[in-house]
Design a binder for this molecule. Sequence first.
Ligand SMILES: [Zn+2]
Length: 145
Amino acid sequence: MARKIEKTRYEGGREGALTTLGGVLLALGIIGLIAGVVLASSRGAWAEGGSSWVWVSIGGASLIWGIVMFALLGAAAEAIRLLKKMVGMQYAGEISEGKPYKVLVCSACGKPPVKHEEHYAQGDFRKALTAAKKCENCGATFDDQ
Ligand SMILES: [Zn+2]
């Protein structure tokens, strides 16, 4: 049985401001793309000799800029969170973590026992990894099959 407990969370700080700013810039980028498409359509610009590609390009560049700023400001905010965590300060937001996954590697050389490129093109990379009797990198034989 679980119970509800009170937990202190933090908000604000420079890291919170950077995260918010990144979200705002991403939203502006999306708005810029929509505005570019609307401007391209509303001026009869799709006709021959029109300037539709200019408006769509400006909109696309706006979206790319928004995505890049969102990623960079998010990374800067995370760096601040990590620094604050290292010195024991409280920080706003969450520190991201990667998801673990399992792969088969050779215990002798630490590399996948089959060449990735050859089997990946054939679409049987995972099956080839499981079925491998010998490491294609170092030549070690597997006795656990
Ligand atoms: Zn090996």
